[in-house]
Design a protein around this ligand. Structure first.
Ligand SMILES: [Mg+2]
Length: 424
């Protein structure tokens, strides 16, 4: 949607000193069309709607004592409010959360207010004034569930932006447990608490820290790793590399033409235009390729799993001849009514790749032609690309809208071109 052209400002800061220009008695940011007396490097953009603020780091050979100190601006009435707003936005928000586990299951709470309203989340919240993350998470979690929480260890620390907000949030995520399951939920904030497997929990939350924390918990918990059963065809290709950029590919409609009545035999498997070129492009740019496919046809016993294996062997052989290596082919042989971890939109196949190959959500993309593929990528906490001819996409546009894929493309080659440009 075209909108009114935004005014563009430059926010230069070093060591807590901010470069401002004096304009009719008011200190303001220079605008992008005004020349600066030093060179700068880009450091992100803040979008305030009609005002865009480019954050830049100066190249200087001295400490600019003569610039204004960032904390001083708030007490002054001769500083443009946009400067105050932008400096305030640079202050990182801190949340602290906990994955409370019982064997392979994790405790989640459903919120009645706030960012997670109507969604499940892991317990925790904003750290209070002067509070450390361990104190904060215990206070928040114990308030929410009304039971003592013991922390076992820090799982990880993450940084994330949130849609529509220019500020960043730092998230500490712990692993912990409770001795008693006699919960007394905080009435005005939490409406339910329940235990879920990691794959199910991932589909229920939209908090990126909860997602990444759940995946890290899964990787560190032998119980959770063992509990996940996902099927794979053929051996794992290549070596396990922690965090290597990976693209998950849906099969039908992305790699091969979908078929009325399913692809039932190897000769019915027909590569789509641009599919092999797209895979080669990704591979040459250092991306690992993993196929994740729902095979309802096996669930309904229309294609026995041995036949499905033959179809996949033929596909892999053709790809090898083209110089394309697939690290793994995961498939779900269940039908739509099964409550399995592997059937997309549950992210069980992606979790299996995290376990087997070292794939990490923050360096992964999911490419698919159906809304459920986009949901699956979102559940895992990675970025997503939606592919298919325009007529196909039109059919599902309404369903996909809520999941806002990062890339929309006509075929895998075009999606790959954007993914390689954006990077991991
Ligand atoms: Mg598909």
């Amino acid at each position: 949607m075209p909108r009114k052209a935004a005014r563009k400002h430059v926010f230069v800061e070093t060591d807590g000193q901010v470069y401002l220009v004096r304009d009719r008695g008011t200190f303001r940011f220079p605008r992008t069309d005004e020349k600066l007396p030093f060179r700068t490097d880009p450091n992100g953009t803040m979008d305030f709607g009609t005002d865009q603020v480019e954050k830049r780091t100066p190249r200087l050979d001295h400490h600019p004592e003569e610039w204004m100190g960032r904390d001083a601006v708030f007490e002054r009435s001769d500083v443009d409010p946009l400067v105050k707003r932008a400096i305030y936005t640079t202050m990182i928000r801190c949340v602290s959360e906990v994955v409370i586990s019982k064997g392979p299951r994790v405790l989640m709470v459903k919120a009645v207010r706030g960012f997670s309203k109507g969604y499940w989340n892991i317990p925790g919240g904003f750290m209070d004034y002067g509070e450390g993350p361990e104190t904060g998470v215990k206070r928040e979690a114990e308030e929410e569930i009304g039971a003592d929480v013991s922390l076992d260890r820090l799982l990880n620390i993450y940084v994330s932006g949130f849609p529509g907000k220019p500020a960043y949030t730092l998230g500490f995520v712990y692993r912990g447990h409770v001795r008693s399951e006699k919960f007394s939920l905080k009435a005005d904030e939490i409406e339910a608490a329940a235990w879920f497997t990691v794959d199910k929990g991932l589909t229920l939350t939209r908090n990126p820290f909860a997602k990444w924390g759940l995946v890290d918990f899964f990787l560190q918990s032998p119980d959770a790793r063992r509990a996940l059963r996902v099927k794979r065809h053929g051996p794992l290709e290549g070596t396990r590399v922690e965090g290597q950029p990976t693209v998950f590919l849906d099969r039908d409609g992305v790699i091969n033409r979908g078929r009325e009545g399913y692809v039932r035999t190897p000769p019915q498997f027909e590569f789509l235009p641009g599919a092999i070129a797209g895979m080669r492009l990704l591979q040459d740019a250092g991306w690992r390729l993993v196929i994740v496919t729902n095979q309802d046809a096996s669930g309904w016993k229309l294609v026995p799993e041995r036949q499905l294996a033959r179809i996949h062997e033929t596909m892999l052989a053709s790809l090898r001849r083209e110089g394309v290596r697939i690290s793994a082919v995961y498939y779900c042989p269940h039908h739509v009514l099964s409550d399995c971890a592997c059937r997309k939109p549950r992210p069980g196949m992606l979790l299996a790749a995290a376990r087997d190959l070292g794939v990490r959500p923050r360096t992964a993309w999911m490419v698919g032609d159906k809304p459920l593929d986009i949901q699956t990528g979102r559940a895992f906490g990675c970025r997503t690309a939606w592919v298919g001819p325009p007529s196909w996409r039109k059919r599902f546009a309404e369903e996909v809208r809520g999941w806002s894929p990062e890339v929309v493309a006509d075929n895998l080659r075009n999606a790959a071109a954007v993914i390689t440009k954006r990077g991991a």
